[in-house]
Design a protein around this ligand. Structure first.
Ligand SMILES: Cc1ncc(COP(=O)(O)O)c(C=O)c1O
Length: 361
């Protein structure tokens, strides 16, 4: 068996030890004589798995008790729509700071339900920077302010938490959750699809300050109501049990590796390696994001032309470095350096980049 270094933006690489454990437990979980995916979500066995995953995520991310933690199907995009349904009254204004593709998606999901004010927009600048905080046009009394902590496609990441006053700050952390310490108490809602740093696709994590669950929001079915999900411990309907279990194994792995401080240390090393190779290439490789806003998780970069880009993708794949083709919206190359990608993976990429430039530069 050959395991490659996988730079996919999501679904993404998972820790090998987690995959091996899941494999070993596939036919008989914990002596039950059946797989964890074959038993009821209401069984004591699965409830223990679910509760351990929540407790481990709370410990990992530092989630205070006055926050609910939900494990829901529907991915991050569904949460983007549910934010407005749950927290904005009809016609109420919601503020969005757009720093890339996913901020735009978030607005698209919300538009049918709320009045969107684009408080700041990085698009005129080509999404190469985070608009300066003092340029944001926030709405006094808005239902919430929404940011995308890390833009997976454009490779733009917030450093620290912006100050937005009394209005609750909502953040899409899909591609950077658990990659560095954050102060959860500064946010009203944090949400993330699991398929980058947390585990397999099919479950999203939603962290909600409990007092916000009392907001009236808009008329909505029970299944779209965060409060109902919180009251029923994310088991209002059959939850994605396999994904929840696998994410739980990833949480245990992250805690055993040293927690978010350790992953912050590793992501600094990995991203420094790759940006270093780009910046030292004399313009052969180009990343267009201003250094202060460069993502530690997703690094988009460009070669001089399409032919070289295609050759880079093909040859890197042959060298055991997969999924480096850039997103179609921006082209070029994209290296995603999530928690489960080892430092050796980033080093192997950098070695390949230098060799490729030597042969083609
Ligand atoms: C930052 C961000 N937000 C939202 C999404 C959409 O997630 P999903 O496909 O789970 O709906 C993605 C997917 O890549 C993402 O990177």
């Amino acid at each position: 068996m050959t395991r490659v270094f996988n730079f996919s933006a999501g679904p993404a690489t998972l820790p090998e030890s987690v995959l091996l454990q899941a494999q070993a437990e596939m036919l008989d979980w914990n002596g039950v004589g059946a797989s964890i995916v074959e038993i009821s979500h209401r069984s004591a066995d699965f409830i223990a798995v679910a509760a351990a995953a929540e407790a481990d995520l709370r410990a990992l991310v530092g989630i205070p008790d006055d926050y609910a933690v939900l494990f829901l199907s529907g991915g991050a995009t569904t949460q983007q729509a549910l934010l407005a349904l749950n927290f904005a009254a009809p016609g109420e204004t919601v503020d969005y700071v757009v720093t890339g593709h996913w901020g735009k998606t978030a607005i698209k999901q919300v538009k049918p339900y709320a009045k969107v004010n684009i408080a700041a927009d990085g698009e005129p600048g080509g999404f190469r920077d985070i608009p300066a905080r003092d340029s944001w046009r926030l709405t006094p009394g808005a239902a919430y302010v929404h940011i995308t902590a890390n833009e997976t496609i454009h490779g733009v990441e917030f450093r620290g938490t912006p100050e937005v006053g009394a209005v609750p700050l909502f953040a899409d952390f899909s591609s950077s959750i658990a990659s560095e310490p954050i102060d959860v108490s500064k946010y009203g809602v944090i949400y993330a699809g699991a398929q980058k740093n947390l585990g397999p696709v099919g479950v999203a994590v939603v962290i909600i300050r409990r007092d916000l669950l009392e907001r009236a929001g808009q008329p909505r079915a029970d299944i779209f109501d965060y409060r109902s999900h919180a009251e029923r411990d994310s088991m209002l309907n059959t939850p994605p049990t396999w994904n929840w279990y696998l994410a739980g194994l990833v949480f245990k792995w992250m805690l055993a590796q040293g927690g978010v401080e350790e992953f912050a240390r590793r992501s600094a090393i990995k991203s420094k390696l790759v940006y270093g190779a780009i910046d030292a290439s004399g313009g052969f490789y180009r990343n267009e994001v201003v250094p202060a806003a460069r993502s530690r998780m997703n690094i988009p970069y460009f070669l001089p032309d399409e032919t070289l880009t295609a050759r880079f993708v093909a040859e890197s794949k042959a060298a055991g470095l997969i999924a480096l083709k850039g997103h179609k919206a921006v082209g070029g190359i994209r290296a995603s350096l999530y928690n489960a990608l080892p430092v050796e993976g980033a080093q192997a990429l950098v070695d390949f980049m230098r060799d490729f430039q030597r042969r083609n530069g």
